[in-house]
Write a protein that binds this ligand. Structure first.
Ligand SMILES: C[C@@](CO)(OP(=O)(O)O)[C@H](O)COP(=O)(O)OP(=O)(O)OC[C@H]1O[C@@H](n2ccc(N)nc2=O)[C@H](O)[C@@H]1O
Ligand SMILES: Nc1ncnc2c1ncn2[C@@H]1O[C@H](COP(=O)(O)OP(=O)(O)O)[C@@H](O)[C@H]1O
Length: 286
């Protein structure tokens, strides 16, 4: 039997998120900037020759058959006819359903790593297209660079971002992405914006108002961070963040985070913005 190989699955934040329309199938059109972070889950993978896809670790609340890691491996088998399998150990750090893309990033890491371990030789664009079948957030992690995104998050262009440190708060509430997008109160007609407007800070997160109405602790977390710097929600929440210039400043703020906000426990961490996904070079571009 071969050994386990270790692969990171980094989190992302949405530096802004505008909802600009809706497709006939109900999915929303958006504009966003994805920033990759040095805060990650870790996957350990061991190739099997019998074709079985086996998740060894228990992930509370996520049965193996629904796990995006398992689904990514099966999708690759179906697409390529590959007869190999894999044992999967997952070390979750990224809070689930927190708007930090943890499940999507795990799936993308599976696609990148198994393409390599199973010697499938698929190119990046093929893996991006497969990733989109698993979720709207999967493509950017396969793309592997900070990105300006349109469509439902699959039209990606690389964007150069300044070095930054972030303080992240994730209040422990369950925010359903599907419910937030389905809300009657959600505005879906934000005018198309430009990179120039983004650089001037003239952007926002359209999902923030809806999530704060449904979950006051998210609004309270934004207010708490706002005393240091303008805070924003990532994706469909519940995570909120601020950007600061140094690790020392970020750590000093982190040390002051209360254990509860609006009566609910809050997870907090500091993360550095990445320039590229750590597995960027694992796959060919064409
Ligand atoms: C909002 C964003 C921003 O990055 O991130 P998260 O907060 O989830 O991290 C993404 O667009 C989320 O992507 P992801 O979490 O992969 O969503 P999916 O599983 O594809 O979709 C969950 C549900 O949300 C709705 N949905 C999702 C994306 C989209 N552009 N329009 C939608 O209407 C659909 O009802 C869908 O069934
Ligand atoms: N490996 C996984 N890690 C986390 N969540 C997963 C995983 N597989 C499936 N899921 C499901 O996907 C949902 C969204 O997860 P995640 O990507 O972490 O959050 P978000 O979409 O808010 O950024 C979870 O609530 C969970 O039910």
């Amino acid at each position: 039997m071969t050994d386990f190989h270790t692969y990171p699955a980094p989190a992302k934040i949405n530096l802004f998120l505008h909802i600009t329309g809706q497709r006939a199938d109900g999915y929303h059109l958006l504009q966003t900037v994805f920033r990759l972070l040095d805060f990650s889950d870790t996957l350990q993978l061991r190739v099997r020759e019998d074709g079985e896809v086996n998740r060894i670790t228990d992930v509370p609340g996520v049965p193996a058959e629904r796990d995006l890691c398992v689904r990514a491996a099966r999708l690759l088998q179906q697409h390529t006819g590959c007869k190999r399998g894999v044992d999967i150990k997952i070390e979750k750090r990224i809070p689930m359903g927190g708007g930090l893309g943890g499940g999507s990033s795990d799936a993308a890491t599976m696609l990148l790593a198994l393409n390599h371990l199973w010697d499938l030789q698929l190119d990046r664009q093929t893996l991006i297209t497969l990733g989109l079948q698993l979720g709207a957030d999967v493509p950017v992690f396969v793309f592997g660079q900070n990105a300006w995104a349109e469509g439902v998050g699959e039209k990606l262009s690389p964007i150069s971002l300044n070095p930054a440190w972030y303080v992240l708060l994730t209040p422990q509430v369950n925010v359903s992405t599907a419910e937030v997008f389905a809300s009657k109160e959600l505005t879906r007609d934000t005018k198309l914006t430009t990179i120039a407007d983004f650089s001037r800070g003239m952007v926002h997160n359209d999902l923030e108002t809806v999530v704060c109405q449904q979950h006051p602790t998210v609004g309270a977390s934004l207010s708490w961070l706002n005393q240091f710097s303008p805070a924003r929600m990532s994706g469909s929440g519940a995570s909120v963040f601020i950007s600061v210039d140094s690790q020392a400043e970020a750590e000093a703020i982190l040390a002051q985070v209360p254990s509860k906000i609006a009566g609910l426990p809050v997870f907090s961490c500091v993360a550095k913005g990445l320039e590229k996904h750590p597995l960027y070079d694992l796959v060919k571009n064409v």
